[in-house]
Design a protein around this ligand. Structure first.
Ligand code: ADP
Ligand code: MG
Length: 468
């Protein structure tokens, strides 16, 4: 497989046999990657034709690609999983942006599980804080400040400022939200407080990343997330979005939120191992988000833990002894894989620390630690190779092979996991040869805030095209 894999010294025949088996199970040769890529591209097309497909291909109703010349001042809100971020974003033109960050507010359990009006009234208070700090008395009577809202939960969007919540995820259960338009509920909260704010655009984080990156990089074709989950959004020609029955100017493009985390949830083509199946069965959403479960930060540590337990049960690791801590679901977080993968000490001391001090494995020898490192590498390499399929599919689908282009990527997995980006790049080289040199992979942050401001700008520009 890859020549970066750690060699395992002094292993028994049984250990070597099992490690080789696992190594083969996780190996993904380019032929297989190409097959998955073909299938991915077919799914892209089907998702644009009909609703309810494997790839949802959600229209964002953002119909302009930023040029970098957009100018304006916007309020932005980013409601993801844990925190609420409120910002003042100034688009200065010439690809320049100035962000004034308000406070980062933690969303309490009570707010996550109460009524939606309580949560949104709280958000209105947070917005009021930033308004009085940053705008003060400068707001003229009858003036309204445009607000872009990044809301990263599953919604069906029917306009740039209209979206119905399908279901809550990430521990939220607020009543009064599912089936309703999120923008209207938020607007009512602002109105109740007589705040001079108009919710102009609703987007998710992937769309935000694509928009934000386009502002300073005109050659962007895709915005992607590699964090807790994984997803992507790209620019599609309106005439290709067959399932939209609108009369648009066909020269326009619209950003499509692919929702690729759900790719192949029927398990037709992805290389699912027993360790992945175990994770899926025990998850709170079995048989869904299968691609995401092979790739993203929330799951990689758990796949690794499943393999370690498999080896322990066969007495091939740690003398067959696990620990209470290692037996805990999701206890082995992806960030530990990062530390282990970058442990280049001769005796794998950092790995030893994690296993013995953090997970209370009574004693580990070097062979054990090399095995653990190998497992992390196998899971990490597979994740980066699988995520490359999504990127390669969009590059091929958009016929950009051989052309200069770039991809904006947000998320801690991409940012912090050692070699994740290099492995993606090397896989793209297998797909496209020398042409891979023309593809830029850029880490982008602030996509949610900057993207929300650009979506608000775009909404105002396209008022003539859509009924807002
Ligand atoms: P989100 O996707 O929720 O917006 P992030 O992009 O920050 O948030 O991603 C958080 C995820 O990244 C965590 O769930 C964790 O799995 C993963 N992560 C955090 N730190 C690291 C790290 N050092 N190495 C690898 N993965 C990490
Ligand atoms: Mg994020």
């Amino acid at each position: 497989m890859s020549d970066e894999l750690v060699t395992i010294h002094d292993a028994s025949t049984e250990q070597l046999f099992e490690i080789n088996e696992i190594t083969q199970e996780f190996e993904l040769k380019i032929d297989k990657l190409r097959k998955i890529q073909n299938y991915f591209m077919k799914q892209l097309k089907i998702g644009l034709e009909k609703d309810g497909q494997n790839l949802s291909m959600v229209p964002s109703f953002v119909t302009s690609v930023p040029t970098g010349n957009e100018i304006g001042t916007y309020l932005t809100l980013d409601l993801g999983g844990t925190n609420l971020r409120v910002c003042k974003v100034i688009l200065e033109g010439g690809g320049k942006i100035h962000i004034i960050e308000g406070q980062l507010y933690e969303i309490s359990e009570d707010l996550k599980t109460g009524d939606i009006t309580v949560l949104f009234d709280f958000i209105a208070d947070c917005v009021e804080n930033l308004l009085s700090k940053e705008w003060g008395d400068s707001i003229q009577k009858n003036d309204k400040i445009d607000l872009g809202f990044t809301f990263s939960f599953p919604i069906i969007q029917t306009a740039i400022n209209k979206g119905t919540l399908l279901k809550w995820t990430k521990g939220f259960t607020c009543t009064g939200a599912v089936g309703n338009d999120i923008v209207s509920i938020l607007q009512e909260s602002f109105n109740r407080k007589s705040l001079p704010v108009k919710v102009t655009a609703l987007i998710n984080d992937t769309v935000g990343t694509a928009l934000a990156h386009a502002y300073s990089h005109p050659k962007v074709i895709l915005g992607a997330i590699l964090g807790t989950g994984t997803n992507g959004a790209y620019f599609e020609r309106l005439e290709n979005i067959k399932k939209l029955n609108h009369n648009f100017d066909s020269s326009d493009k619209m950003i499509i939120n692919i929702e690729w985390g759900a790719f192949d949830s029927e398990k037709v083509i992805l290389p699912i191992t027993q360790y992945d199946n175990k994770l899926d069965k025990e998850s709170n959403n079995p048989n869904s988000q299968i691609f995401e479960k092979l790739i993203s930060g929330m799951y990689l540590g758990e796949i690794t833990r499943n393999i370690l337990l498999h080896l322990i049960d066969r007495s091939l690791l740690f003398n067959g002894l696990s620990s209470k801590s290692l037996n805990q679901h999701y206890a082995f977080e992806t960030k530990y894989m990062s530390i282990i993968e970058s442990d280049n000490t001769e005796t794998l001391e950092n790995t030893k620390q994690i296993l013995e001090n953090l997970f209370h494995i009574s004693i580990t020898n070097l062979t054990d630690r090399q095995i653990v490192k190998r497992i992390c590498q196998l899971v990490g390499i597979r994740a980066s190779r699988l995520s490359s399929i999504a990127l390669a599919s969009i590059i091929s689908y958009c016929k950009m092979e051989g052309n200069e282009c770039c991809i904006g990527i947000d998320g801690s997995l991409f940012e912090k996991y050692p070699n994740f980006s290099i492995r993606i790049y090397n896989t793209l080289k297998e797909f496209f040869g020398e042409n891979a040199d023309k593809i830029g992979l850029h880490y982008t942050c602030n996509g949610s805030s900057v993207g929300a401001a650009l979506a608000a700008f775009s909404a105002n520009q396209s008022k003539s095209k859509f009924k807002l």
